[in-house]
Design a protein around this ligand. Structure first.
Ligand code: SF4
Ligand code: SF4
Length: 412
């Protein structure tokens, strides 16, 4: 008899839930999808697939699901580790990995990869190859002379991001389908290769930074052997957000719950404190069916507010992406796998991957396939930080003079 598999959609963004539409039709199991898990009528199943982030209030339902299933799989970063929503733990929200509620097998990834889920349902293990081995860049692990927050797409070469002082978590990540690194975007390790990836990467990057100047008190900002200064130095300026850079996918599994006050919204808790240049990728990772408009609203709010101009090529691609997103709402709910597959391919062609890593302020980070215009005409820009409040579409946020977000709101 065919295995009974049910996929459950918990805290949105629904990207991993939607990715299960791509599971092969002739998979040998009977697949059901529970868009609203609270309406699920309990019945014995072989495999329960949990997608989305979990909060303590979900525990009773997750336990009920587990009691009725022979195997529970936490599919995607949010179910496995809290994913980027786990950053809200810094502000006291207990985003909880599935394995802290029930016995579960983790299938990491942002977005979760359907073929790995398929392998695990069939009782096989996904590949554990290192991301760096699949990267065209080559790491030398030389000490850095500086750390940078952005790289100029026109100056990009094939050296390792870390060698250029641009922090990449590839050292602690497994190979993946989305490959942010192929679209000039450093890895944030949604598919960890090791336990405690954040701590290990922090140690690794700290070692590489041995040559970077640390301000000390008596020398007034020049390295010395006296007490470290409280004023920002080259290190603190360059890595303004340790949680978001090193623990984007692992805060709930590596750190105790934080004590910063909550803003009252999980999305605002996640975005507040992050550096502006990380916002597009972060929104691409957690925005799900609304990721495209969230990324573009964030970008256009700053472009409009600071006078960054974009041309018709960039506008055309952004319109195309918005059109796909508008259709996505109804089609994914209806479970149209063929449509979802071709829409995902169209998104990947322009935006690089389902995390939308290729979209940035002013344009795109890498050339778009089949585009005739020279890349120079639609490439993204390095941004300078201008303190202020920015608003476009559904998004409103404020940044300080260092480009750190101190307020964020999104109107659903
Ligand atoms: S650390 Fe990042 S940029 Fe460097 S080789 Fe690994 S994946 Fe590539
Ligand atoms: S490159 Fe992107 S998709 Fe791949 S492991 Fe890193 S963060 Fe995840």
């Amino acid at each position: 008899m065919a295995q009974k598999v049910t996929v459950f959609n918990f805290g949105t963004c629904a990207k991993c839930f939607d990715a299960t539409l791509l599971l092969p039709a002739d998979n040998g199991y009977e697949l059901k999808r529970a868009l609203e898990p609270s309406k699920w009528v309990p019945s014995p199943i072989d495999v329960a697939v949990i997608t989305g982030y979990l909060l303590p209030k979900d525990k009773v339902l997750v336990e009920k699901i587990a009691k009725n299933a022979k195997l529970v799989i936490a599919f995607g970063s949010c179910a496995a580790t809290g994913g980027p929503f786990g950053l809200a733990c810094a502000r006291g929200t207990k985003v909880t990995p599935a394995r802290d509620m029930v016995e579960a097998i983790d299938v990491h990834g942002c977005v979760g990869e359907w073929f790995e889920l398929h392998q695990v349902i069939k009782g096989n293990q996904p590949d554990r190859a290192k991301l760096c081995d699949a990267c065209k860049r080559r790491s030398t692990c030389k000490f850095l002379s500086e750390v940078v927050r952005q790289i100029d797409p026109s100056q990009d070469d094939e050296s390792c991001f870390n060698d250029r002082g641009f922090m990449c978590n590839g050292y602690v990540a497994r190979q993946c389908k989305e490959k942010c690194i192929d679209v000039a975007t450093p890895c944030r390790a949604c598919k960890p290769l090791v336990d405690h990836p954040g701590i290990r990467m922090l140690s690794m990057f700290g070692t590489l930074m041995a040559n970077v100047e640390v301000g000390t008190e008596a020398t007034g900002g020049i390295a010395g052997t006296d007490k470290l200064a409280d004023a920002p130095d080259d290190v603190t300026r360059s890595v303004p957000d340790v949680s978001g850079a090193f623990f984007r996918f692992s805060l709930p599994v590596e750190m105790p719950i934080g004590k910063l006050p909550s803003t009252g919204s999980i999305l605002s808790d996640v975005f507040t404190g992050r550096p502006l240049e990380e916002l597009p990728l972060l929104a691409g990772m957690l925005g799900g069916r609304r990721a495209i408009s969230m990324v573009l609203d964030i970008i256009e709010a700053y472009e409009n507010g600071t006078g960054i101009e974009i041309n018709d090529i960039v506008k055309g691609y952004r319109n195309k992406l918005r059109e796909i997103e508008a259709q996505m709402q109804s089609v994914t709910k209806a479970g149209d796998a063929a449509w979802y597959g071709s829409a995902a391919d169209a998104i990947r062609k322009i935006a690089g991957n389902m995390n939308l890593s290729n979209i940035f302020f002013g344009g795109f980070k890498t050339p778009i396939k089949d585009e005739q215009a020279p890349f120079d005409e639609y490439k993204s820009k390095i941004i300078e930080f201008k303190k202020g409040t920015y608003q476009a579409g559904r998004v409103k946020y404020a940044i300080d003079a260092e480009g750190k977000v101190n307020e964020f709101s999104w109107r659903p």
